[in-house]
Design a protein around this ligand. Structure first.
Ligand code: ATP
Length: 907
């Protein structure tokens, strides 16, 4: 037998154990995986990572380039072109045949490149959302990219996390896991550390948690038994909850529209053929040519690609500004949002908490110092106090310190926290006061959950006694308290006094957190249930915590208001605090704005809530399920709602909202997956910017549609008029192909890069049921089609009247089409404002680059001999150019006049 390296021994054993880890004790597993509760060393983890490879599933495979290219041929225009090519071949017109087939290939190539560009833009965004995990290395908890987790790592998970690898549980606190991704079972599974039968099914292995499933409640520590493709989810090779295609309702609507239009065009072509044949006696050859020209002219083939590229580039732009899109349709919805429901803590405020005051029955203490730096003192009437003289103060601070999972660290010259900011502030307070929680070993914990709004720990005291320490929302603790502590003695609770004091503190915009305790017996059970603290608490006091507003959020709220968007604050915090902050941030300017609390909502019917929700901008003491009711109420009255969230229980409300917005830093994986947009910086101002960007993107798509459709309209019209009135065709099919092709690769892309128009955020949101092409737009499209078609026919007939041959006259007509489109591009740059101002020449260099490219190509079309023979074109006279240029200016001015009439009429 050959020598086995220690590493490969671990591999083999790990593999063997991955299958039976659920049936072995914790000690056996740890030994088999050569690890310990203290975790691996960095060196060992790195060695294992090199051997095992990263903890990730293979990315979903993209279609191969060839398949994607061939798929481009599955398109109405290509069918028409191929049919046209075959007909030309039958007629023996080999040059035309070659040009048409070349056009089909170029068209497919352009589609292929644009689709690739869109997919790349979206891919680059996908990789921005890396998943982090808390891992124990060298006996310390560190935050790592979950791809670097290895077998044997000790990992901590808590509510909202997506489990990063398969793990055997070592410590469990009320852990519940949604395993539906794996087992299809939608009821969360309750987990424990006890091993189960060897032959238990996946769904019954309660001692294990599996990669890709989601923690819905509680927390736990586990040791990793399998990573990457070796995990259960890896074995079924399924990449979950990612990959949203590049299709959106809008692109689908356009595709449908394109297909319908094609049918109409085919019908009209048939009719045209009949008229041409029966009334004007055209030859079959001429009629085939006309039908091909008409079909090629009418199909708006460039549209879906331009829309996709506009969306994808817009999404990339948004990501640069910290709003990461997970679902493309969210971008479309952004433009019509009229209500943003936002969390308070961390989104509107900075989430940098500092305790400013401690209030007990006996005294009001002030705390000095700001931020997490543990420098400062607790003072009474300006004089620093000694805890030994103030048992009331000590009791509050001890509870706040022991019922606390945050740690302070000093790095890069500053103080940081590991854990939650609220708890970090309390830890800083404890350090300032010199309280060390190591004197109170923790025996059990009931973790904080937004729904119950408190946290409990059971600790041993220095005297050996057992105490339940409770910290949380003051109203929740007061409801459960019967006594209060004054100078070390218990007396009946004075609820009215506390309510008054709490109102005072929260009225200053401070977050209030209360401390209480309850003597406990040593039950030997390592769990605490909510029932244990249902009553009989001794109320110790409260602290007031400052969490300053984000200045940029105040500005963003102002902008939202001027853009016709209401901002509603939905917070778990106290009503008084919420009201004070809402006023400070300008969410409302009413002196005494109405506030709905969670319990108000609970008592309210949904129809009543629907009436209230429009008016009330502040919601306090809410639980995640209330968010769902608020979204539903607002949507029922026709609002388009964006809703933020971070906790696992926020996911349903985010899914329900028109745009779910998850927090990138604070948010759990569960929320991010439910969201349409993730904020990389958790900042409200980013939502406002995303709305702005969403409006711009939508505007640009509309501009592209407005720009592209008249091109099809005018070309079809020219052919239609020629056949109906029985004169020779002013444009040949290959010439129409030429115009469409060069403008598809040049002009139509220029609008994709168009900047936001002035006043973008001072107009009301777009009505969401408004279709992309509104009646006023149709009128504009019709007008432009008639203008350009008229000018093209005029140029053609003038040339003919001048005695020019057919090819020169047709070339002049093609010039007119191209110059007409160029002029109209300038009209389309601004759709809500006038283009008759110098700004039309600034702001988007692509307009000039693309126009220059177009003119160079067109000059080649007119003057290059090979182009002349391929496209039946011929050099035109200077007079021909001059007339076309003059008419282009007339087109531009006429459309500006029409736009201004439209504006006067209020469109
Ligand atoms: P938002 O919903 O705007 O983010 P929030 O952070 O105040 O507001 P929650 O996290 O649900 O919302 O907190 C609700 C309340 O629970 C807080 O006002 C506070 O009283 C209490 N609380 C918050 N964090 C803790 C904690 N770690 N331990 C105990 N109680 C807490």
């Amino acid at each position: 037998m050959g020598m086995q390296s220690p590493q490969s021994q671990v591999d083999t054993e790990a593999e063997a154990f991955a299958n039976l880890a659920h049936a072995r004790s914790r000690a056996e597993i740890l030994a088999a995986l050569r690890t310990s509760p203290a975790g691996l060393t960095d060196a060992e983890a790195a060695a294992r990572l090199a051997a095992e490879g990263p903890n990730r599933l293979p990315a979903p495979r993209h279609r191969s380039a060839v398949v994607r290219f061939l798929a481009q041929f599955n398109n109405v225009l290509i069918y028409i072109l191929v049919t046209a090519g075959v007909l030309k071949a039958i007629l023996g017109e080999w040059v035309d045949f070659a040009v048409i087939i070349a056009a089909a290939v170029i068209n497919a190539l352009v589609g292929y490149l644009q689709e690739g560009k869109a997919e790349r833009a979206l891919d680059s965004i996908r990789t921005m959302l890396s998943v982090r995990a808390e891992v124990r290395r060298n006996d310390n908890w560190v935050d790592v990219d979950s791809e670097s987790i290895v077998v044997g790592d000790v990992v901590r998970i808590s509510s909202g996390d997506r489990i990063p690898a398969d793990m055997r549980l070592l410590e469990v606190t009320n852990l519940q896991v949604d395993e539906s991704a794996l087992t299809g079972e939608s009821v969360p599974a309750t987990k424990s550390t006890t091993h189960v039968d060897y032959d238990a099914d996946l769904g019954d292995r309660t001692s294990m948690v599996y990669s890709g499933t989601i923690v819905t409640a509680g927390n736990a520590v586990g040791v990793v038994t399998a990573t990457g493709t070796a995990t259960e989810i890896g074995r079924i090779q399924e990449m979950i909850a990612d990959v949203h295609g590049i299709q959106t309702p809008l692109t689908r609507e356009l595709e449908r529209f394109g297909k319908q239009l094609s049918l109409v065009i085919l019908g009209m072509a048939a009719l045209m053929l009949l008229v041409g044949r029966l009334i004007h006696d055209f030859s079959i050859e001429e009629l085939i040519s006309a039908a091909i020209g008409f079909a090629v002219a009418g199909v708006p083939e460039g549209l879906p690609a331009v829309v996709t590229v506009t969306l994808a580039l817009g999404v990339q732009q948004m990501a640069r500004r910290n709003a990461i899109t997970r679902r493309l349709p969210a971008v479309e919805a952004l433009g019509s949002v009229n209500v943003i429901c936002s969390d308070k803590t961390g989104t509107l405020t900075q989430n940098e908490m500092t305790v400013r005051s401690v209030v007990t029955c006996a005294h009001d203490y002030a705390v000095t110092g700001t931020g997490y730096r543990p420098e400062g003192t607790v003072e009474l009437a300006g004089v620093p106090v000694d805890l030994d003289d103030h048992p009331d103060l000590r009791a509050v601070i001890v509870t706040m310190a022991v019922c606390n999972n945050a740690q302070l660290t000093e790095a890069d010259g500053g103080w940081h926290i590991v854990g939650e900011p609220t708890e970090g502030a309390l830890r800083t307070l404890a350090e300032k006061a010199g309280v060390d929680d190591a004197d109170y070993p923790r025996l059990a914990e009931l973790p904080f959950e937004s729904a119950q709004k408190f946290m409990v720990t059971r600790n041993a005291g220095p005297d050996g006694g057992r105490v339940l320490h409770v910290k949380g929302a003051p109203d929740r603790l007061l409801d459960r308290a019967t006594t209060q502590c004054r100078d070390g003695r218990l007396e009946p609770l004075d609820r009215a006094m506390w309510d008054r004091r709490i109102d005072e503190i929260s009225g200053q915009g401070l977050r209030v957190l209360a401390a209480a305790r309850k003597p406990a017996r040593d039950t030997g059970v390592d769990a605490i249930s909510v029932d244990d603290v249902q009553d009989g608490l001794e109320f110790l006091g409260v602290v007031g915590i400052l969490d300053p507003p984000r200045p940029e959020a105040i500005e963003a709220i102002r902008k939202c208001h001027s853009a016709g968007i209401r901002v509603k604050m939905i917070t778990g915090d106290h009503a008084g605090t919420a009201r004070a902050i809402a006023r400070e941030m300008g969410i409302t300017d009413a002196p005494d704005p109405p506030v709905l609390t969670g319990s108000d909502l609970q008592a309210m019917s949904q129809p009543r809530l629907r009436e209230m929700a429009d008016e009330v901008d502040i919601y306090a003491r809410t639980s995640p399920e209330h968010k769902l009711r608020i979204v539903s109420a607002l949507q029922a009255s026709g609002q388009i709602v964006a809703m933020t969230g971070d906790g696992v229980n926020d996911a349903p409300a985010l899914t329900r909202a028109d745009i779910g917005v998850a927090m990138g830093i604070k948010g759990t994986e569960a929320t991010k997956e439910a969201a349409g947009i993730v904020l990389a910086d958790d900042n409200f101002a980013t939502i406002e910017r995303a709305v702005e960007e969403g409006r711009r993107i939508y505007d640009n798509i509309r501009k592209s549609v407005l720009f592209l459709l008249p091109a099809n309209g005018s070309q079809s019209l020219v052919i239609l008029v020629a056949i109906l009135f029985g004169f020779a065709l002013p444009l040949q099919p290959v010439q129409i192909l030429w115009v469409n092709m060069i403008s598809a690769v040049t002009l139509s892309l220029a609008l994709v890069f168009e900047k936001a128009e002035d006043g973008l955020m001072s107009r009301p949101p777009r009505p969401h049921n408004r279709s992309l092409v509104a009646p006023i737009d149709l009128a504009m499209i019709a007008l432009v089609s008639v203008l350009v078609a008229g000018a093209t026919l005029a140029v053609y007939f003038l040339a003919r009247a001048d005695g020019q041959p057919q090819d020169v006259s047709q070339t002049a007509a093609v010039n007119m089409l191209v110059l007409g489109q160029l002029a109209y591009l300038l009209n389309c740059r601004f759709i809500t404002t006038s283009s008759l101002r110098p700004a039309v020449f600034r702001g988007n260099p692509w307009v000039w680059r693309m126009s220059a490219a177009l003119l160079v190509l067109q000059a080649a079309f007119v003057y290059a001999p090979f182009m002349n023979s391929w496209f039946h074109s011929a050099p035109v006279t200077p007079r021909g150019w001059a007339v076309a240029c003059g008419l282009a200016v007339v087109i531009f001015l006429t459309i500006e006049a029409a736009k201004s009439v439209g504006r006067r009429l209020g469109y």
